[in-house]
Write a protein that binds this ligand. Sequence first.
Ligand code: NAD
Length: 497
Amino acid sequence: VERKTGVVSTMAGTKALLTLENFINGKFVPCSSYIDSYDPSTGEVYCRVPDSGNEEIEAAVEAARAAFPGWSARSPQERSQVLHRLADLLEKSLEDLAQAESRDQGKTITLARTMDIPRSVQNFRFFASSILHHTSECTHMDHEGCLHYTLRAPVGIAGLISPWNLPLYLLTWKVAPAIAAGNTVIAKPSELTSVTAWMMCKLLETAGVPPGVVNIVFGTGPKVGEALVSHPEVPLISFTGSQPTAERIAQLSAPHCKKLSLELGGKNPAIIFEDANLEECIPTTVRSSFANQGEICLCTSRIFVQKSIYSEFLKKFVAATRMWKVGIPSDPSASIGALISKAHLEKVRSYIKKARAEGARILCGEGVDTLSLPPKNQAGYFMLPTVITDIKDESCCMKEEIFGPVTCVVPFDSEEEVIQRANSVKYGLAATVWSSNVGRVHRVAKKLQSGLVWSNCWLIRELNLPFGGMKSSGIGREGAKDSYEFFTEVKTITIKH
Ligand code: NAD
């Protein structure tokens, strides 16, 4: 039992469970009740997460309010140094954090090591640097004899709510710009994946983050999430998660006129023209469909292939999908780990049942191939990557976000037709276009209703540029300038001389 760092081991039956504590005002604080958290690779409870509510939010608000004047008065250079130190400390713990993320979320250790944790480190480094490069606007009007300029100030206490698919990656993508701009924060990670956020709390003091600047409160959305969103002293909510939750957050925020950033789901198309380089397109489209078990908001779930190459594509795509090994998360040769929860696995499987009932064909994966797992992982939430075809655009598998290792492949004839079909869903987050005709790529990219378009690649991110979706995929953008603008209030000052 290691008390000083907030680690508390309790005995439940014969097993020691990892028990997390809230982090408020620079201290680990136990909670009066806890939620069980499951290891997705075995289906067993291995961790207890605080079941926080109003009381914990009140304490966090008090701490964040008290810390705000001191933190916001620091220069960007001083705040930048703290962010750099935190990035260095996270990087030193990369392997421990990767192991923890992989166990808690079910993703492969390889992905946690090469994507989740390195990107979390990069989020702090990136905003530590970008905060030094913003300038304000200034104009002079001769005829009125006035000088106009703008000032930006941090908004206050930022409420940050993140999902379970990329736990530390998405949490730090919010914490870093919020504190770099001088806000204090109350973050609520997903109750399904809270461990790495709690591990990060152990590094804050050494990095020089003053007590109360970063508070992390654990628990469920309806309880502690709503307490945070409804609190009148939290003027800003940055949320990444599902569209129904965003609706609820928007309702709760409306009476307070809160600033909202909503990063939501997608039903992302890949459009593959006959002049695409299939040698690059096929492995990238397998990855864009199934990476992180298909649990990335940017994953491809509708693949439109031009008729002349449809059967060649399908054959090669299914063969390449079958090469993706489903394995236990700690297996370095696995490409796909376990899904997040039993409920989620059942939901994903229910879509395949519906597709089958509608007469669609399942070409590989669920119900077609056999998954072999070690005995101790038989109750884990594993599923084979699944390819569906002969499916109508109106089917729920082609309209709704499944958020699992399932993708649909359908043929198309013309450019105009495919643009219209790609745009026919309520979401508009990301799209990929495969063609060697540059003119066509520009034309199609311009007409797609999508916040992000990748051509001949997928998920290459330039953090300076805006990230976010249109239609039901969200409101607002995140990135160097966009996050800075969101986490600050602008003031225009006019001086007559
Ligand atoms: P979710 O909406 O169920 O939960 C997200 C977070 O909101 C969790 O922390 C949850 O506890 C909290 N929450 C739930 N109900 C709440 C409420 N009533 N009030 C306040 N907070 C509440 O989403 P999820 O299942 O964790 O994540 C998957 C979704 O996230 C998918 O739709 C996916 O596309 C989306 N996502 C979007 C992006 C993006 O950048 N656009 C990135 C990752 C995931």
